[in-house]
Design a binder for this molecule. Structure first.
Ligand code: ADE
Length: 293
């Protein structure tokens, strides 16, 4: 269903531009695609499931048509598993050949599951690293070679709020921290090509897709007491920031990470450390410690 929230940016901001949004058919990615399209951008949405992409494209195209937006804004589905480099290369080839350019890349496609690291299967670890880190690397590299190296561009990576670690989901914390660091390197390596690259670190963002992924709404509720804003965030609160970072308003901004999290990252305690009397190594002042037990 179309959200009541709409963009705060001017209607033609991205007229004539072309964006690739991975994971653009659901949740945060869909909200980003919608706002870009609303601002006149042609958007190629890419993920593994073509039927989901086609449904999203249909809905978003109807939304922009009904809103009488600029004619250039159309959303196109493209099936692509970002874990496979050849498919990512095909995505970037398709975008340049069919739509003429790649002004913007939004690396949003990714995923994770909850598990303490010690009990994670290596296959699960590898899958999360493969999607979130390697997939992002493939997208960056091929968007660069197919278009941005010669023509410049702007990139936003959607990571997670893992600046104090990510206990319970260490695989995605590790992958996203790597993406954040890679962006800092690329902000320097690609500055001379006119390419900007920034990250957004969402906090706890509710979307029906995320709720289905974690198989409950309670996952969101359990975070509330640790979020100073005392509510979850919504995908539209991420998309506005993406549009800002892609736009000329951010033309001097590169290599940074913007947390959008209601101050969760400054405050969070979302992992219960079990009692462990006697297990933590005693220090040199162990008499004091003992007297406290
Ligand atoms: N979104 C989540 N996982 C993905 C994948 N492997 N490829 C593209 N989009 C994705």
């Amino acid at each position: 269903m179309a959200s009541k929230l709409t963009t705060v940016f001017c209607k033609n901001l991205f007229a004539g531009k072309v964006a690739v949004v991975t994971g653009g058919g659901t949740g945060i990615g869909k909200a980003i695609s919608k706002e870009l399209a609303e601002l006149g951008c042609r958007v190629v949405i890419a993920s593994r499931k073509l039927s989901t992409l086609e449904e999203a494209a249909k809905e978003l195209n109807k939304y922009v048509t009904d809103k009488d937006q600029v004619k250039s804004s159309v959303v196109y589905p493209f099936q692509c598993n970002i874990r496979h480099e050849d498919q990512v290369e095909a995505l970037m080839d398709y975008t340049v050949q069919q739509h003429g350019r790649i002004d913007y890349l939004v690396n949003n496609g990714g995923g994770q599951f909850m598990s303490p690291l010690a009990y994670m299967k290596t296959k699960g670890w590898n899958a999360v690293i493969d999607t979130n880190l390697n997939g992002t690397y493939y997208c960056l590299k091929h968007a660069y070679h197919k278009w941005m190296k010669e023509n410049g561009g702007s990139i936003v990576n959607i990571i997670v709020d893992m600046l104090t670690g990510f206990p319970g989901m260490a695989h995605t914390g590790a992958a996203r921290a790597a993406v954040e660091n890679m962006s800092k390197s690329l902000a320097v390596e690609w500055a001379s090509d006119g390419v900007r690259i920034n990250n957004i670190a969402p906090g706890v963002i509710y979307s029906p897709t995320a709720a289905a992924n974690y198989k409950s709404d309670d996952v969101f509720d359990m975070y509330l007491e640790n979020i100073p804003a005392r509510r979850v965030g919504y995908p539209e609160e991420i998309s506005g920031a993406v549009c800002f970072l892609l736009s000329p308003a951010a033309s001097y901004t590169t290599g940074v990470t913007v947390a959008i999290d209601g101050a969760w990252g400054l405050y969070k305690k979302n992992y219960e450390v079990p009692d462990h009397e006697g297990k933590w190594p005693l220090g040199v002042h162990s008499d004091y410690v003992k007297s406290k037990l």
